[in-house]
Every structure is written in C-alpha cells, then in structure tokens.
Design a protein around this ligand. Sequence first.
Ligand SMILES: C[S@@+](CC[C@H](N)C(=O)[O-])C[C@H]1O[C@@H](n2cnc3c(N)ncnc32)[C@H](O)[C@@H]1O
Length: 201
Amino acid sequence: MEKQKLIRIFDRQATQYDKKREDPKQKLWRQNLLSHAKGEVLELAVGTGANFPYYPKEVKITATDFSEAMIEKAQQAVKHYHLHADFICSDIEELNFPDQSFDTIVSTLSICSYKNPIVVLDKIKRWCRPGGKILLMEHGISSNFMVSTLQKTFNPLLYRVYGCHYTRDILGLISESGIKIDKAESYWLNMVHLIWAKPQH
Ligand SMILES: C[S@@+](CC[C@H](N)C(=O)[O-])C[C@H]1O[C@@H](n2cnc3c(N)ncnc32)[C@H](O)[C@@H]1O
C-alpha cells in the first residue's frame, strides 16, 4: 500500500486507539513487559502512548510514529503520566540513529504494520546498546489451523481497513533478524507474543 494512504488509515484510528488503552488484558501484558525498561528508551510506533502508564518514572523516552494524529494523542498522554519524552514524526524505515544509542527499545503491536519488518528489526538490533533490552508485544499468525486459515483469508481485507498484517510469523522474523530472545510468552492460540530480548553482539 502507498505510504501516505497507510498513514491516513492510522490517523483515522487515533481516537479509537486512545480509548482502547484501558483494555484489561493488554494492561497486564504491557505492565509485565515495560516494567523492564530502563535508561534511554526508544519506543517505535508509539501510537497514542498506550505504554506510557507502565514505564518506570525515571526513563527518558524517544517516541516515534509516522501518524501525526497518533503523536498528538501521545503528547497529551505523556503529560498526564508525568514522563519525559521527545517525539519524532517519521517513518521508522527511513529513520536513523547512531548504532548503540538506546538502553531499551520497545515496539508493541507494530511489527504487523511495517512494510519491511526485517529492516526495522535490523535497526532495533543496531540501535540497542550491548547489555540493553528489546521489549516486544506483537501479534501474528496463530499456530491453530482453523484460526490461521481465517487470518489468511481475511488478511487482505483487514490490511486495507486497519493497516495491519495478521499473518506474520513474529518469532520467525525475530529469529531471522538475529535478535536474541531471552524469554517469550505466547497467548491467544499463539497469536500474541510478549518478548524480552537483546541485541546479539
Ligand atoms: C497498531 S498501532 C500500535 C500503537 C502502539 N504501539 C500500541 O501498542 O498501542 C501501530 C502504530 O504503528 C504506526 N506505524 C506503522 N508503521 C509505521 C512506520 N513505518 N513508521 C512509523 N510508525 C508506523 C502507526 O501509525 C500506529 O500508530
């Protein structure tokens, strides 16, 4: 899909994402993951800042997203939670930081929407400092035959409406990228994965 069209799809969903931040299951997962964040944090595809309530207060966040509407909501959220964050409105696939710039890199519910997930995972691996943490909460193809068949059938339609792919092999992509998984938990017939990882230096 053409990039400007994809950005418009996410712009239109900003209000709806802002309301979804109270989802109790996601709250628990986000809490579990983000309590491990430390130091200088890069959050990719921050959306409306649904992770903000769960960061330790002392972290310094750089938050990115290519949707201005999402960033506007995230800027309101960061004030509400008294966190320190700088925002960059950009396509992650075109963004560059020096290697080993961050102690923690966070991406939640986002690998589904990148055009080239391996390109982004490679950047994550390079931008994370040795000894740093890569924290991911991502959704992809289920290991259940019935569910995965439905995901494959409806994926073209869902992508056009929501801008997300529902058929990505998340653990496979991470392994292909060379990022080293320390711990992974999978939920909802292996559709959702919580991942604690590190760059393999
Ligand atoms: C499904 S939302 C998830 C938002 C948030 N991470 C969360 O956990 O609620 C996906 C987000 O990724 C952003 N996004 C998708 N592709 C992107 C890209 N290539 N560069 C920057 N942001 C992107 C969208 O604008 C949207 O805010």
